[in-house]
Design a protein around this ligand. Sequence first.
Ligand SMILES: [Zn+2]
Length: 86
Amino acid sequence: MTVAAAFAGMRRAMPVVFRAGCPDCRGRFELGANALRLAIGASSRTTFYSFTCPECGVSVRKPAGERIVELLTGGGVRTLRLHSTV
Ligand SMILES: [Zn+2]
């Protein structure tokens, strides 16, 4: 069964993939939303996303700007809020 068939009837459930690159092995790949984590801090300096490189296994952490945050949250990436005040 394909992913599309599994989610038939859920029209917004298009499989979302994010392009990412590994600074360690320089691999380029696509990751599903469940492979990414987003941490939103009080400022842009403490807002970042992370994933594990599927090629070399290293943990990658990258700063996430406003657009990236929108993209990731809209794509269903698990989000961790590091600050309690909104
Ligand atoms: Zn890598």
